[in-house]
Design a protein around this ligand. Structure first.
Ligand SMILES: Nc1ncnc2c1ncn2[C@@H]1O[C@H](COP(=O)(O)OP(=O)(O)O)[C@@H](O)[C@H]1O
Ligand SMILES: [Mg+2]
Length: 402
């Protein structure tokens, strides 16, 4: 279904709100074409992770790469390293008397400072550079497409149309920020749609922001997208309050896919909907995934929703990624006790089994002994990562029969 090309890479992401580590040293990547499920209870940092990826927040530390470009980097860890080095330098001067040792240590610490300064500069450069590089590749692509179409066309009317299309495409290419290729849809379709805007205006907003003024072109795109998400062009002139919850979520999806994103972050898109229409929205996302070649990061607070939909799943607990594996692997061989607890919360379709189902609770302090060695993310089996220490890793490997 999908190749192994990495579309998004989140590396050591940290997002702190003052002292609260909403996301703490989280690493994962999303392959082109896959659905990546991000699961964990309310408040564990899923939305913050998604919002960091679309740059709603400046990140505290780590890097995020999208389509091979580093789109954001947190400079705090580098700034901390510089501050630490300076502190050590000052301390050393107080306690050390040998000038040779002082000179040596100073040289070492200056190297650390220089390296971290370099990292900060590189982060800032990448931040600006990524859009420019992306615009260049887009311009090259639409120009090539246009030239090929022109070469294959000998109808003057059609040539005129091609030229108009090329002009619009070029305008989009020049203005398109790489970040618009990541779009997010939200849990609450009511709060996320401006009640004073028509459906047409809501859906077209991204195009307008990108400098498109040709109303006929905009209308055509809006109608196309409306049909794609299961609505009709007659809906374009109406206002959000005239629609049901499921239809509003379709409008939200239309607004995000009109930008032709490569990555769609769906933040609990069905949690606020009636159970009867949840499946419809999941089906729609599945269709769009095929039709538009979308890659999806699907956020949910329980595993039952993502089970059949995700290729791989990451489980978060209090700002940490605690387990990451393919969907099949995670359900067949869950290792982290928190994942086991989440799994035990899923009702079973078979009534007999459901009767026997017991919920396992998770208590971080009881479940782990990190007094001697703390946990890190470890690959206990190819593609199966667990946040654990050496003793736990050995135990997990035994559980897997390795
Ligand atoms: N803008 C913010 N300012 C301060 N704290 C925040 C902010 N956004 C989220 N948080 C806190 O960060 C933690 C993670 O929140 P969130 O990412 O929304 O979790 P989830 O989406 O998994 O329910 C929570 O403790 C939340 O209260
Ligand atoms: Mg959330």
């Amino acid at each position: 279904m999908h190749n192994q090309e990495t579309l998004l890479r989140v590396e050591h992401l940290g997002q702190y709100f003052k002292s609260l580590k909403a996301v703490d040293d989280v690493t994962f990547d999303i392959k082109k074409g896959e659905v990546f499920g991000l699961v964990g209870e309310s408040g564990c940092g899923k939305t913050t992770t998604g919002r960091s990826v679309i740059k709603i927040y400046d990140i505290t530390s780590g890097s995020i790469y999208f389509k091979g470009q580093r789109i954001c980097a947190g400079t705090r860890s580098y700034e901390d390293a510089i501050r630490n080095a300076r502190r050590r330098l000052a301390q050393m001067k107080k306690t050390e008397s040998d000038p040779a040792v002082i000179a040596q240590k100073r040289a070492e610490l200056n190297l650390v400072i220089a390296e971290n300064r370099r990292q900060i500069k590189a982060a800032r450069f990448d931040h600006q550079h990524s859009d420019r590089e992306y615009a260049k590749t887009l311009i090259a692509k639409v120009t090539e497409e246009y030239q090929q179409a022109v070469a294959a066309c000998n109808d003057p009317e059609q040539l005129k149309e091609l030229k108009i299309k090329y002009k619009n495409d070029l305008r989009v290419a020049k203005k398109t920020k790489l970040i618009t290729k990541i779009q997010m849809i939200f849990q609450d379709p009511i709060a996320s749609l401006n009640p004073r805007m028509t459906v047409r205006e809501i859906i077209a907003e991204g195009l307008v922001i990108n400098g498109i003024k040709d109303q006929a072109y905009i209308d055509e795109q809006v109608y196309k997208i409306l049909e794609l998400v299961g609505l009709t062009r007659e809906h374009a002139g109406r206002y959000p309050h005239e629609f049901s919850g499921g239809q509003r979520q379709r409008i939200g999806i239309a607004r995000s896919v009109i930008m032709r994103p490569d990555l769609l972050i769906a933040d609990e898109p069905i949690s606020a909907l009636d159970v009867s229409i949840q499946a419809q929205i999941i089906n729609l996302l599945n269709e769009l995934r095929d039709e538009l070649g979308l890659t999806i990061m699907f956020i949910a607070h329980d595993l039952s929703v993502v089970k059949y939909f995700s290729d791989r799943i990451g489980v978060m607990y209090f700002g940490k990624m605690v387990e990451l594996a393919s969907s099949d692997e995670l359900f067949a061989h869950p290792l982290h006790p928190y994942t086991k607890s989440l799994l035990s919360a899923i009702p079973l379709p078979d009534p007999h089994a459901e009767k026997r189902r017991t919920r396992v609770s998770y208590n971080k302090l009881e479940a782990h002994d990190y007094s001697v060695e703390g946990p890190t993310m470890r690959e206990v089996k190819p593609g199966h990562f667990v946040y654990c220490n050496t003793a736990e890793e050995e135990q997990y490997k035994k559980e897997l029969g390795l």
